[in-house]
Design a protein around this ligand. Structure first.
Ligand code: SF4
Length: 274
């Protein structure tokens, strides 16, 4: 049954194969989701199995590196046809991506979030992407570019990418491949693009930050209000983690409504605000 199954992903093909060998050795049946060649620069196969089988694998092979696991949902999107992308792995600025962290979005546990590490280096590309993406938010000092891909929230750093609110693993792979393609195309065309170092729009996280108390008391488990705002925006943390705002009789409870309003406006849903 879909609800009882987990999807487990791996940072590399080697770790996936080690897991498969270990499962065979202990006689555990599993399914797998294989990316097509068209996704081969951003994805390695994922394993689908029950919770008990997953525990058995962890006991049998505790040194295998997992990216993480999430509930299995039948993909709503089709895998793309076509060959593997040509030569980008050798020459491009993106090269390959490996998913290092995978988990459910804290703000909406029906969606998934991930952190992918890159073989390439995006920092020289960010001003060009800032020029071609009309709604991106670029912070040159922090070497970060954030933008929305539909309802998915993307943050690009020099050597990693975070994606929040992807639907399931195939949607996440497709999102990573769209980013890879955009990055490589923009890098190839950079002689015809005027790079932009302008921060056109306040990053969405700053809009959340402006409504937090600003005391940096760290009761939410992050060192600053800005850090919590960033985590709320990427879906990693629920807004109610700010106790001075959300606890009973909190000193900043007047900020509750403005915070809920801005989160709802950004489509950050599924949070237990009580
Ligand atoms: S608990 Fe609230 S006020 Fe304290 S650091 Fe976190 S976000 Fe800021």
């Amino acid at each position: 049954m879909e609800a009882d199954l987990l999807v487990t992903t791996f940072p590399t093909m080697t770790e996936f194969q080690r897991a498969l060998t270990a499962l065979n050795a202990i006689g555990v049946a599993c399914g797998r989701i294989d990316p097509t060649p068209a996704l081969s620069l951003v994805a390695v196969p994922a394993i689908v199995m029950g919770r008990e089988e997953r525990s058995a694998l962890e006991s049998a092979a505790p040194d295998i590196a997992f990216s993480g696991w999430v509930d299995y949902h039948i993909p709503k999107v089709a895998m793309p046809d076509g060959p593997a992308p040509e030569d980008a792995a050798q020459s491009g600025c993106f090269r390959r991506a490996g998913i290092m962290v995978l988990g459910p979005c804290v703000a909406d546990d029906k969606k998934i979030r991930l952190i992918a590490h890159l073989e390439g280096e995006l920092n020289p590309l960010l001003p060009y992407l800032n020029a071609v993406l009309p709604h991106a938010s670029y912070t040159p000092k922090a070497e970060t570019l954030t933008f929305m891909d539909g309802y998915r929230m993307i943050a690009l750093f020099p050597r990693r990418i975070t994606i929040a609110k992807a639907d399931e693993i195939v949607d996440a792979w497709l999102t990573l491949e769209r980013i890879r393609f955009l990055a490589e195309q923009t890098w190839r065309d950079r002689d015809r693009i005027a790079p932009s170092f302008e921060t056109r729009k306040k990053p969405p996280a700053l809009e959340i930050f402006k409504r937090l108390p600003g005391t940096n008391c760290a009761r939410c488990g992050t060192p600053t209000c800005l850090a919590l705002a960033m985590h709320i925006w990427t879906g990693e943390t629920a807004v109610r983690r700010c106790l001075p705002v959300f606890e009973e009789g909190g000193t900043f409870s007047h900020l509750r409504e403005p915070l809920l309003e801005i989160c709802a406006g950004m489509g950050i849903t599924g949070v237990d605000y009580r």
